[in-house]
Design a protein around this ligand. Structure first.
Ligand code: HAM
Length: 417
């Protein structure tokens, strides 16, 4: 039997109502912050991620699903959303529209990682990107959206923040990191050895146990910030305090993608095991320019919906999201089935979920099916009901019955609703 590829999930009909609720809650919250949706291709030119996400990131070096298309172009299934949004914003000239420009997306992403709880090869992200505002107020507003989403989903998370400096203070910090890691050169993994000269910052988020152990005492970004970056971080803290958002400054957060500058942050959940980062983001003021656009600041985040679901499934008292039929119409004979079809269509116009027998089962089997679907009411149609023009409507929960006119839909709706 053919099985799904390793690291992918099936979202079954019993699970999808919770996914839909999560997505709707997120969209409603994003709308309050003025965000609009952007929908983009699932695959892009590989060059976009190499230049956007960065040649020295784990994502580009080890995790991309890349292939050549029939005309020899290198194509990559999107490993994340930010680079594609920046590409589109430049390509469609949104960069010259009104600013700030707040955008969101709900997408699946692909990374060739070792699957485990909370880490898959195809995973789902809700992400936001906001362009055109360099002020720390923008950082706080984006973080506040993430904070509100978790609040509205009823999830407890903590917020960790750091600043990784800008292109002015980065060289001094890189030198300090280089000098530090140079001393343990012989113990670093091969990838990190390569990163030592190209981008020593990336060694800080290497997943190899030896490299992470060495990285524990590495110099911290916050000790190397230029006065402007320091001021940015201080102002951001003030905005977050005003919003009543609690945070920890965590100098260890450097994020795994190369485009970040200044503010970086992660939301952590205790409910999802070792893969505890449920959402990550930061500022990427140089990315639009890097990808061929004008100088335009940007900031955003993405939350892993698979991790959101893991956290939600640990909770009790989830909302009842089942879509049980309001009414099941059982029928005996072809004439009655035709009438039950007609009635089901008419009653849908009143907003009722009505099902009828499409299989041709016995009456007993039909009632068993109605019970299994959790239908609230049932009604049986046979030749005599068609002749009389009335039938018995039964409340499946308490057994109460009412004789109803089978053409008086208003009356049926009144009883059912
Ligand atoms: P990221 O940290 O690579 O950032 O991913 C964001 C979130 O996606 C993670 O916090 C995690 O919840 C989820 N995630 C990542 N990889 C996996 C996986 N293999 N399986 C399940 N969930 C996963 C980004 O993608 C940036 N584009 C975020 C961003 C937007 N920064 C600025 N704007």
């Amino acid at each position: 039997m053919i099985q799904k590829p390793r690291g992918t999930i099936d979202i079954l009909p019993t699970e999808s109502p919770l996914w839909q609720w999560v997505e709707q809650t997120i969209k409603d919250t994003a709308a309050l912050y003025g965000y609009s949706e952007i929908r983009l291709p699932t695959f892009e030119s590989s060059e976009l991620y190499k230049r956007g996400v960065g040649e020295t990131s784990d994502v580009v070096q080890k995790e991309m699903y890349s292939f050549e298309d029939n005309e020899g172009r290198s194509i990559t299934l999107r490993p994340e959303g930010t680079a594609g949004v920046v590409r589109s914003v430049i390509e469609n000239s949104l960069v010259s529209g009104p600013m700030p420009l707040p955008l969101y997306y709900l997408i699946s992403c692909f990374r060739y990682e070792k699957p485990e709880a909370g880490r898959s090869r195809e995973f789902y992200q809700f992400g936001v990107e906001q362009f055109g505002a360099e002020n720390p107020a923008a950082d706080a507003n984006v973080i506040s959206l993430g904070w509100d989403i978790f609040k509205n989903l009823g999830l407890d998370v903590s917020l960790e923040i750091n600043s990784i400096g800008c292109r002015h203070c980065r060289p001094k910090y890189h030198k300090a990191l280089h000098d530090y890691f140079e001393k343990s050169k012989d113990d670093l993994c091969e990838t990190c050895l390569d990163r030592l000269n190209k981008n020593p910052l990336r060694i800080l988020d290497c997943k190899s146990p030896v490299c992470s152990e060495i990285a524990k005492n590495a110099p911290k970004t916050v000790d190397y910030l230029c006065p402007e970056c320091e001021k940015h971080l201080e102002k951001l803290k003030k905005y977050l305090d005003t919003a009543g958002i609690k945070y920890n400054i965590n100098p260890k957060i450097v994020r795994g993608l190369d485009y970040y500058q200044r503010t970086v942050f992660e939301f952590i959940s205790e409910d999802i095991g070792s893969k505890s980062t449920i959402c990550g983001g930061g500022r990427y003021d140089g990315l639009v320019e890097e990808l061929g656009g004008p100088r335009l600041p940007g900031i955003g985040f993405a939350m892993g919906l698979t991790r959101v679901m893991l956290a939600l499934n640990k909770k009790e008292n989830l909302p009842d999201l089942s879509n049980k039929p309001h009414l099941y119409i059982a029928s005996m004979g072809e004439g009655a089935r035709l009438k039950s079809f007609e009635m089901s269509l008419a009653l849908k116009k009143f907003g009722l979920n009505v099902t009828f027998d499409q299989v041709g089962r016995s009456l007993k089997a039909q009632m068993k099916y109605a019970d299994k679907t959790g239908a609230k009411y049932s009604l049986v149609l046979g030749d005599s009901e068609l002749e009389k023009g009335s039938a018995v409507l039964k409340n499946m929960e308490n057994g109460d019955t009412t004789e109803v006119d089978i053409n008086n839909f208003e009356k049926i709706e009144e009883i059912i609703k």
